[in-house]
Ligand binder design. Structure first.
Ligand code: G3P
Length: 217
């Protein structure tokens, strides 16, 4: 399972990268705004800074909602760095743009996916990644993890190569459950990754090992 971090915060990206377990980064306009990165030029520069920090794929989202605009923006994003994945919204023109980019060999991530039908369309359009938002489904009393299971079954039935990128992951149990269900990738905040480290028996055990070592030295 690949681990992506869902942030535009360079310190957090660096912390995950330094652990040696980071496979990529996802961003969106809200995450950019949260870091105070505004204006097209600054946003483009920030994507390059992120790419220079990590080894893997970096999803960069288009703002346009029409096919021509998405193609224009997506091509400019893809030109920035070879690690850029063009992130497109799950609307009709987004699917069309996804097919356009897949045919050109440019990686894509279909975002704002909330149903199995949308995920099927993303795969048909040749998306590299499909991003079902599990946390936001949970927010409205719908089982986000069940969507991961449905998409896994459908993709396996037909051998679709689109990778299931579980997005809107909020906490460690989402990560573990997504791994159990066979999601290819998860993207979440740094806390959902570092939280996996925590176990009181690890802390107690280490404390005892160190205390016992000191007794003999
Ligand atoms: O990966 C999608 C993500 O940025 C949305 O997360 O927590 O705002 O639902 P959230």
């Amino acid at each position: 399972m690949k681990f992506f971090i869902d942030t535009a915060n360079l310190e957090q990206i660096k912390e995950a990268q330094d652990m040696g377990i980071l496979d990529g980064v996802t961003t969106n306009p809200s995450l950019m705004a949260k870091e105070g990165i505004t204006g097209t030029d600054n946003i483009m520069k920030h994507y390059v800074n992120i790419c220079n920090l990590v080894d893997g794929d970096v999803s960069a989202e288009v703002i346009a909602t029409d096919f021509d605009g998405m193609v224009r923006e997506g091509e400019a994003l893809a030109e920035l760095h070879d690690q850029i994945v063009v992130k497109l919204p799950m609307i009709k023109d987004g699917v069309k743009a996804c097919k356009y980019f897949s045919d050109k060999g440019i990686k894509t991530n279909m975002t704002l996916v909330f149903s199995a039908g949308q995920a099927l369309l993303a795969a048909k359009a040749g998306a590299t990644y499909v991003s079902p938002f599990i946390g936001r489904l949970d927010d409205i009393s719908t089982d986000g993890l069940n969507l991961i299971a449905e998409i896994r079954m459908i993709y396996d039935n037909y051998g679709f190569e689109t990778e299931i990128l579980a997005a809107s992951v909020r906490h460690t149990m989402h990560v573990i459950d997504c791994a159990k269900l066979g999601a290819d990738v998860m993207t979440g905040p740094l806390s959902s990754i570092t939280g996996l480290l925590n176990h009181p028996l690890t802390d107690i055990g280490l404390e005892k090992f160190l205390a016992d070592y000191k007794k003999g030295n």
